[in-house]
Design a binder for this molecule. Structure first.
Ligand code: NAP
Length: 318
């Protein structure tokens, strides 16, 4: 009996290690063509929301390495300046900068931030910041927290900075998620108040579906725009969700075998920044540095896409 247990345990360990190694290779997904990462971006400017941590930080670091100026758009001055200092130190430059706090749970904050950006040209507006499955709550503007942080405030920021992007034929990149598949029916007018019974991951999915539809609508309006799923990435994203975070922290080493590192997670964002828009159809949803697949028919629902734009415009006027 003891021998059998030992054999089973050994087999389980071998399987776990094999799965880990295999998964690590598989889950790392596509990587940007290394030659693209040598290209000079001198004179280009990127604005990245949530660049103080995770995928946003790695994206910012790489773009600075390539010579771009990067505005680190974050709500927390300390976390933002720590990131800016780290990037500048690592690259021996002054290309990363923090100009003003940006709190995406406040439309007022978005407006103040955009004013500080002024008329600076923006080559890459990367709407990356996000929260995932926090407790249900509404913002000071009255919108469900994930809807506003992940979509509506980015919608407002993009609208306010659209001329900055247009004057350099720049692009808008929306970091979405495979989680958009959780949301199978949507009423874009219904984003306030009485949703406390909605499951929070459906609300996450809804905000991430909005990211995809927003890119598609921008593309229809003549702006270069991509949305993307970065993969399952080992970041702090789960910190807003006590149970999930505790689980991944407790089993961190195990979880790490199956998740991308933040650098691997930044690959598809970098692909969206660096790809040739003539090769990759405008408005595409990307994953693993390629066109991504989706199981959600709402992604190609034009009516929903237009309704999202229309309602978002109304909401930012409130
Ligand atoms: N990690 C994954 O597996 C995964 C999978 C699919 C999609 N994504 C998407 O990838 C994006 C980046 O996430 P990540 O994994 O890199 O997680 P992360 O390390 O937690 O980064 C999220 C960033 O968003 C910022 N943020 C959150 N709420 C904000 C607010 N109200 N105002 C301004 N900034 C705010 C955070 O700032 P603070 O530090 O101040 O909180 C942080 O900088 C998110 O949009 C997420 O949905 C991630």
């Amino acid at each position: 009996m003891a021998k059998a247990m030992l054999v089973v345990t050994l087999l389980a360990v071998v399987l776990a290690v094999w799965l880990g190694v295999y998964q690590k290779k598989w889950k790392a997904g596509g990587a940007v063509n290394p030659e693209w990462l040598q290209r000079s971006l001198k004179g280009k400017t990127a604005l990245i929301t949530g660049a103080n941590s995770g995928i946003g930080y790695e994206t910012a670091l790489q773009l600075v390495k390539q010579g771009a100026s990067v505005i680190v758009a974050s709500r927390d001055i300390k976390r933002a300046t720590d990131a800016v200092d780290a990037i500048n130190k690592l690259t021996n430059t002054n290309l990363a900068e923090f100009i003003h706090p940006l709190d995406l749970s406040s439309l007022k904050s978005v407006r103040e931030f955009a004013k500080k950006v002024g008329d600076r040209p923006i080559d890459y507006l990367i709407n990356n910041a996000g929260v995932m499955i926090p407790e249900w709550s509404t913002t000071e503007d009255g919108f469900e927290i994930q809807y506003q942080t992940n979509h509506l405030s980015h919608f407002l920021l993009t609208k306010l900075l659209l001329e900055n992007v247009k004057k350099v034929n720049g692009r808008v990149i929306n970091v979405s998620s495979v989680g958009h598949n959780f949301c199978r029916s949507v009423d874009w007018t219904d984003v306030k108040g009485s949703q406390s019974d909605w499951m929070k991951f459906v609300l996450y999915g809804r905000s991430k579906l909005a990211n995809i539809l927003f890119s598609k609508e921008l593309a229809e309006r003549g702006i270069i725009s991509y949305s993307l799923h970065p993969g399952g990435v080992s970041t702090e994203l789960g910190r807003h969700s006590a149970g999930y975070y505790q689980f991944t922290k407790t089993y961190e080493q195990f979880a790490l075998m199956f998740f991308k590192t933040p650098w691997e997670g930044a690959q598809t964002t970098l692909y969206a920044v660096l790809c040739d828009e003539k090769q990759v159809p405008n408005g595409s949803y990307l994953a693993d540095c390629d066109i991504g697949s989706t199981f959600n028919p709402l992604v190609s629902d034009k009516e929903s896409q237009h309704k999202l734009w229309e309602t978002s415009e109304e909401f930012i006027k409130l």
